[in-house]
Design a protein around this ligand. Structure first.
Ligand code: 5GP
Ligand code: MN
Length: 330
């Protein structure tokens, strides 16, 4: 942090990027850092690999974010001109698809700020800790280290959002320090009622109908009731006017069932089958996702994907998970 603080004491062209399908921590961390660096006088751009849910589109300067999937040339120019690139909330460049190649080719200093397991070594600086609640907590630590007075209300709101969403509303990865950080953010004037309404009480009618359909028609148990899963086809999503973010939180309903220690949401997207894995307790979905589904993440929350048909992907999941029925019974 000391070296990095020295580096950014001079003005730079900076790019901030984050993972594909950005979530609250990805966008919150990126905008907090963006707003802070802008206030310091840097020339900064946030580039995300693809679009993100509407329930995050209220944060300060969210309209400044560049979506790589529909502005490839502009993004490539900004990356080639940048002298520092921040990589937030992901642990390897493959997680950001072809944007990762541009970053890999760039001669800019790369800064990883992340809390996922086993990061690849593509960075010049790293602020990494798997024991924090969210990348936003690490961004907070860094900004606090540079100068806590420069953390204003808008920056605090973005950091609060990252921690709020990645902890499932302060349920997971909670340490005494998380609450200390949150207390200091609230001291900056964060309106928690407003943010919670924006994030959790702004559901569309279609999203709730899809939730109802998934729970009543698609929720299944396996592995002696220790595993719950939901698989949704592209057609089922289209039938419910699916929009990005509409399946967010769905997997947690499956995990909330008594005796269920692992839950999975399997979604057929246009390009591939996407898996969202969750567990409670000792079973590592990070390892499971890495081993069978080209993925990873955290011990209790991970993701992965397959380029296959939904039926094949589901079969592969059921076959693989059947080998773990002993480990999943606790
Ligand atoms: P989600 O299920 O909410 O998409 O992701 C859960 C966690 O796993 C997040 O921390 C996310 O960054 C990570 N994750 C999701 N999909 C992938 C993937 O395909 N590869 C890797 N390495 N991590 C993923
Ligand atoms: Mn995160």
């Amino acid at each position: 942090m000391k070296e990095l603080k020295n580096l950014i004491s001079n003005k730079h062209k900076i790019v901030i990027t984050t993972h594909v399908n950005p979530d609250g921590d990805a966008i919150g961390s990126s905008l907090a850092l963006y707003n802070y660096l802008i206030n310091m006088g840097h020339e900064v751009n946030v580039i995300v690999p693809n679009d993100f849910p509407d329930f995050l589109k209220w944060m300060h300067n969210v309209d400044e974010i560049l979506n790589f999937s529909n502005s490839k040339e502009e993004s490539a120019d900004l990356i080639s001109e940048a002298s520092i690139i921040f990589c937030l909330d992901f642990n390897n460049l493959e997680r950001i698809n072809s944007l990762g190649d541009l970053i890999s080719d760039s001669s800019a200093k790369k800064v990883l700020i992340d809390h996922h397991l086993e990061p690849d070594e593509f960075y010049d600086f790293k602020i990494h800790d798997i024991n924090v609640s969210a990348t936003a907590e690490l961004v907070y630590d860094f900004l606090f280290y540079i100068d806590p007075k420069l953390i204003d209300k808008k920056i605090a709101e973005a950091l609060y959002t990252g921690i709020l969403t990645d902890t499932g509303s302060f349920k997971f990865s909670i340490t005494p320090k998380v609450h200390t950080v949150i207390a200091s953010l609230l001291d900056k004037g964060v309106d928690t009622n407003y943010i919670n309404k924006k994030i959790y009480d702004s559901n569309s009618f279609d999203k709730l109908k899809l939730l109802g359909y998934a729970l009543s028609e698609k929720l299944e148990l396996t592995s002696n009731g220790n595993v719950a899963y939901i698989a949704l086809s592209r057609q089922e999503l289209l039938d419910h006017n699916f929009k990005k973010g509409d399946t967010e939180g769905l997997v947690n309903y499956a995990l909330s069932i008594e005796n269920v220690n692992m839950a999975v949401l399997i979604i057929e997207t246009k390009e591939r089958i996407k898996f969202s894995f969750r567990s409670s307790g000792k079973f590592s979905v990070n390892q499971f996702a890495r081993k069978y589904f080209n993925g990873g993440g955290h011990k209790n929350a991970a993701g992965g994907s397959l380029e296959d048909k939904l039926s094949v992907a589901l079969k592969k999941f059921l076959e693989n998970i059947s080998n773990y029925s002993k480990e999943l019974n606790y």
